[in-house]
Design a protein around this ligand. Structure first.
Ligand SMILES: [Zn+2]
Length: 65
């Protein structure tokens, strides 16, 4: 089993490296309890970003907690 990355509790942003503040929503709460993820390459063209309120490209967890 691979090391579980941290996901932002608010927007689901997943970071490969330990971070203190979420670059997507500036929240400081993270969790390792999340399932599935989407990789957002183009924020403008993605429908998912509008639903999740994502403003930057990256990896986002689909289900938190
Ligand atoms: Zn966030």
């Amino acid at each position: 089993m691979v090391k579980k990355d941290m996901a932002c509790k608010t927007c689901g942003y997943v970071s490969d490296d330990p971070i203190e503040v979420c670059p997507a929503c500036n929240n400081k709460k993270f969790t390792t309890f999340w399932q599935g993820y989407v990789i957002i390459m183009d924020v403008e063209k993605s429908q998912v970003t509008k639903i999740l309120g994502i403003t930057i490209p990256g990896k986002f967890a689909l289900r938190i907690g």
